[in-house]
Design a protein around this ligand. Structure first.
Ligand code: DC
Length: 232
């Protein structure tokens, strides 16, 4: 990481709003966006399609992590893909990776230490001449420990389940709030308790609790922090 381009990391649990914030911030600053959760989601999908199961096929899943072709449509770059789209080889998996099942599978493959090792450099390679906004669980602790600004964005698990519920109902998808709450708690537990690079705030991260904040309020606070740290 000798590259001097600035990095902003936004870590936190599912439903904290970090995906929306990271994407808006990248666009505002003209930075590249790394949605690291999408990497684990695509890998989970590729493993599933290949008939590989976390637990029994960890070596094969780690081998897949080294070679699988993952593509992103970037917000600012002249890309052959639509902004925000995610690709597995030539297959547009933008929607397939966003289901709760895909999230659970991502969380399982992400707990395999050899998978994390395989994806480490691939994540660092996103840092080019522009700056980078990196969204995930261990961006500030492991992947970009020298980031100029580290944010840990969180919210109560009830507020996060409620946001997910409203999002699904808004899309006309049936959802059961207690079930969503249970799934989120399970995913939080797996992501925080795994041995390899668990989700936790970096010691120098600024913690923002968005439980009673709107996306606009969070965005305003993080934009101010970014301008201050980057002198813009
Ligand atoms: O942010 P997300 O919900 O798209 O992430 C899906 C899963 O991927 C998450 O439950 C844990 C895993 N993940 C991870 O372990 N490390 C990251 N940096 C990003 C995601």
């Amino acid at each position: 990481m000798s590259n001097a381009s600035p990095v902003i990391t936004i870590d936190g649990p599912s439903g904290s709003g970090k995906g929306t914030i990271a994407s808006r911030l990248a666009k505002l600053l003209g930075f590249t966006l790394l949605d690291s959760g999408a990497l684990y989601r695509v890998l989970g999908l590729a493993a599933e399609r290949g008939g590989l199961a976390p637990g029994s096929d960890n070596e094969a899943i780690a081998a897949l992590a080294r070679t699988v072709e993952i593509g992103f449509g970037q917000p600012n770059v002249d890309s052959p893909w639509v902004e925000g789209s995610v690709w597995l080889g030539s297959d547009d998996v933008s929607l397939a990776i966003r289901t709760d099942e895909a999230g659970a599978m991502a969380s399982q493959v992400a707990a395999i230490p050899a998978v994390r090792a395989a994806l480490l450099q691939r994540q660092r390679d996103f840092l080019g001449e522009n700056g980078l906004v990196a969204d995930g669980r261990d961006m500030g602790t492991t992947v970009f420990p020298d980031a100029a600004l580290k944010v840990f964005l969180t919210a109560s698990v009830e507020a996060r389940a409620d946001r997910r519920y409203k999002q699904l109902i808004g899309k006309g998808i049936d959802a059961i709030l207690p079930a969503l709450l249970g799934e989120l708690k399970e995913r939080d537990a797996r992501d925080t308790q795994r041995s390899a690079s668990p989700m936790k705030p970096a010691l120098d991260a600024i913690i923002i609790d968005s439980t009673v904040m709107s996306i606009e309020q969070v965005m305003a606070q993080i934009t101010d922090l970014a301008r201050e740290k980057l002198n813009r």
